[in-house]
Design a protein around this ligand. Structure first.
Ligand SMILES: Nc1ncnc2c1ncn2[C@@H]1O[C@H](COP(=O)(O)OP(=O)(O)OP(=O)(O)O)[C@@H](O)[C@H]1O
Length: 695
């Protein structure tokens, strides 16, 4: 039976073809299997570098380029192009089998052969891969022709501009080596090699290249693959993503990595993988920390899985919703205390006991020390370490605080009101000794979950094989919680994968954004430190535009004209995002955009849609991505936002931590951009920028 594979690069191109051409492509390849019986009209290509290259008629104007290995009936669709271009493209290309990992690879023979030897900028400049031996290159699958080419390079940008002509797997190896990875590190990131590789057997190579070639077994599958031409992540996972999504872990495991490295993608694949191995409905929880993020996980899951049986096995809900559901089952409806009511309760307690503390201090001490460490007695509170809380407290003060907190909790109990924290604590208590509602839990955006939420998750699943799978990036922590997973009973014990390849953002935007973080060390939620070292993007574009204006009006006028230019370039309005530190600035931007005739929607009220520019606070940008992104109002008065920062005099430790969180917030907003990033301010720029690159 004929097997049709489709090259992953083609999916992107398919999405850009006109609908009428897409329909014809679907017609031709939907009937491909049938056509192989009646006689396929595959045309040979004159003067081809590879005699296996063929073209197939789509219509009078368009032709598909198909790789048709000499024996057997495995075919691979590589391109659809206008007639002459298709022949030209096919004639220049050659398919080979990667000697290290046995995958199929396509190279542009003419471009590699004609590529001039680079003249170094300065005489004596060291070759790019001077430290890497030919033996290592060969071991990593870099063949003689590509080695010869690589030896002519002196700069990484020369390599990057040759990306389209080199065999993909070999290009990835060269890029990683050029980025400073050792051959051993590169080897570790490569997929496991097959037991034997026949360099002449391209058909076998195609079949073992799931990263590159997707097998479509019939018209339905083809239609399904074409329905989401841009959602390549459904089909192709990087070997590290693949490993994380499909491994068996003897206990809690996690995947870490910088922005855009596909942690959410891995979480979704992991959920599907677990669903395929269990037959019980709602036995897998896929969760995160906000409702919006949970609903985008749900959307992602529906793109990934179309089997309703599998979908039913996965329960997608955000963590507070889960807590509410469990606690309300026991206690009925749970009235939740408003922020202002909570403040009044603390104020009343301060007055009643004549305490020398502010309401904010007590509320924070309750959350970040007492609830965070699950302290239930004065004795334990007296002994508690208050890391990160700065102000030292003696035993008398601790006793006063304990009385205040007890009075607060008693007050809630008497009045029958709850906070989100108490609902969660109660849910964990109910589950600890009761039945566990889930067999597996997958958590996304783990860096922002609070300790009491982790305890709930720990209590919601029996400890053991594949119990908890955690995806997150502490560099993107935008709320206050710092958690040691060990202290909440979750021991990762080395079961971790780190993703390094950014699929979202250009190398320029990524490098600029990483610079914002100032290289400050950050915890890894497991009592160690996390680093973004090695996080890279293979795609290049223009550097971010970073620009100041004398007044707010001038800044917003520039925003409107920049967005107009993006729209004129053909970017859809829904693919443009605008982030500000406060909702007030975001609302002003919406007014200005609307006045300029640009449709804009507030993310505080609605979700992202195709036809309006999405405007919201930096917090609301978490989990989203846009082709073009503007981050506005990045000036000294807003970023960092003064009321979010404890002063250094009051608490130096908390001050440093708050600053880091504000940096992370700007980092999150900037890394939502796929192609273009504009960062603006009026007056004086944010101190995060002055130390950074302002062009
Ligand atoms: N294997 C892949 N192939 C193609 N695209 C991918 C792949 N993995 C991820 N992507 C794309 O990269 C982008 C970022 O993925 P994702 O949102 O999963 O990253 P993330 O690490 O969770 O990001 P962040 O931490 O910034 O929210 C998405 O557009 C996703 O579709």
């Amino acid at each position: 039976m004929a097997q049709l594979f489709i090259d992953k690069g083609f999916f992107f191109e398919f999405g850009k073809l006109e609908k009428s051409v897409q329909d014809k492509v679907y017609d031709v390849f939907g009937k491909f299997e049938q056509a192989t019986h009646t006689g396929l009209h595959l045309e040979k290509v004159n003067n081809a570098h590879d005699s296996r290259m063929r073209t197939i008629r789509i219509d009078q104007f368009w032709r598909g380029v198909v790789l048709a290995p000499e024996s057997g009936d495995t075919y691979m669709l590589l391109k659809v192009l206008p007639h002459d271009d298709a022949y030209q493209w096919a004639a220049r290309r050659k398919a080979t089998v990667n000697a290290a990992i046995g995958v199929v690879e396509i190279r542009d023979m003419v471009a590699i052969e004609e590529h001039p030897a680079e003249v170094p900028d300065h005489p004596g400049t060291a070759p790019l891969l001077a430290d890497v031996s030919d033996v290592d290159l060969e071991r990593l699958g870099v063949d003689e022709q590509v080695r010869g080419f690589a030896r002519t390079l002196t700069r990484v940008d020369q390599l990057e501009s040759a990306r389209g002509m080199l065999p993909e797997a070999q290009y990835d190896v060269l890029l990683a080596l050029a980025a400073g990875y050792t051959p051993e590190q590169v080897w570790e990131e490569m997929p496991p090699p097959p037991t034997s590789i026949d360099p002449g057997d391209v058909a076998a190579a195609i079949a073992r290249s799931p990263q590159r070639a997707v097998l479509v077994t019939g018209p339905d599958e083809l239609m399904e693959a074409f329905t989401y031409p841009f959602a390549l992540w459904r089909i192709y996972l990087h070997p590290t993503q693949e490993r994380a999504a499909h491994a068996s872990y003897s206990g809690p495991a996690r995947v870490m990595g910088g922005p855009g490295t596909g942690k959410t993608v891995v979480a979704l694949h992991r959920a599907r993988h677990l669903a395929e191995r269990t037959a019980t409905d709602r036995s897998i929880l896929l969760t995160t920390f906000t409702k919006t993020l949970a609903s985008s996980l749900e959307d992602g899951l529906r793109i990934l899985i179309d089997d309703e049986d599998l979908l039913r096995r996965i329960d997608v809900r955000h963590i507070d919703q889960l807590a509410y559901q469990i606690t309300s089952r026991e206690h009925g409806r749970l009235p939740v205390l408003k922020e202002s009511d909570e403040k009044n309760r603390w104020l009343e307690i301060i007055k009643r006991f004549g305490l020398p503390f502010t309401d904010a201090f007590l509320a924070q001490e309750w959350r970040h020390v007492i609830l965070a460490q699950d302290i239930t007695s004065l004795l334990d509170y007296q002994r508690a370490r208050r890391t990160g809380r700065g102000v030292r407290l003696g035993s008398v003060q601790r006793e006063q605080i304990w009385d205040a907190v007890t009075a607060f909790a008693d007050g809630l109990a008497v009045d029958g009101v709850w906070t989100y924290e108490t609902i969660c604590v109660e849910a964990a208590r109910l589950l600890r000794d009761g039945d566990k509602p889930y067999r597996h839990i997958v958590v996304d955006e783990a860096q922002d979950l609070a300790p009491w939420q982790w305890r709930l998750l720990r209590a919601a699943v029996p400890a053991g094989q594949d119990d908890l799978f955690i995806a997150g990036d502490t560099h993107q922590r935008i709320y206050e919680h710092r958690v040691s997973l060990r202290q909440v009973g979750i021991d990762i014990a080395g079961r971790a994968e780190r993703l390094k390849l950014n699929y979202r953002t250009t190398a320029e935007i990524l490098a600029w954004s990483i610079g914002l973080l100032h290289g400050e060390p950050i915890d890894d939620m497991d009592e160690g430190l996390d680093r973004l070292a090695g996080c890279r993007s293979a795609v290049h574009g223009t550097p971010p535009t970073v620009q100041g204006f004398p007044t707010r009006n001038a800044e917003l006028a520039h925003l409107a004209s920049a967005i107009r230019q993006w729209l004129d370039k053909g970017v859809e309005a829904g693919q443009i995002g605008v982030a500000a530190r406060t909702s007030m600035v975001a609302d002003e931007a919406i007014k200005v955009l609307k006045a300029a005739g640009i449709p804009a929607v507030s993310l505080a009220k609605h979700s992202v849609n195709d036809s309006e520019v999405a405007v919201g606070t930096m917090h609301r940008m978490k989990g989203l991505e846009f082709r073009c992104m503007a981050v506005i109002g990045v000036n000294e008065h807003y970023v960092p936002y003064p009321s979010a920062i404890v002063s250094a005099e009051i608490d130096a430790h908390a001050h440093a931590r708050d600053l880091q969180r504000e940096r992370s917030l700007l980092f999150v907003a900037a890394t939502r951009a796929r192609e273009d990033l504009l960062v603006t301010w009026h007056g004086n720029p944010s101190p995060f920028l002055s130390a950074h690159s302002i062009r």
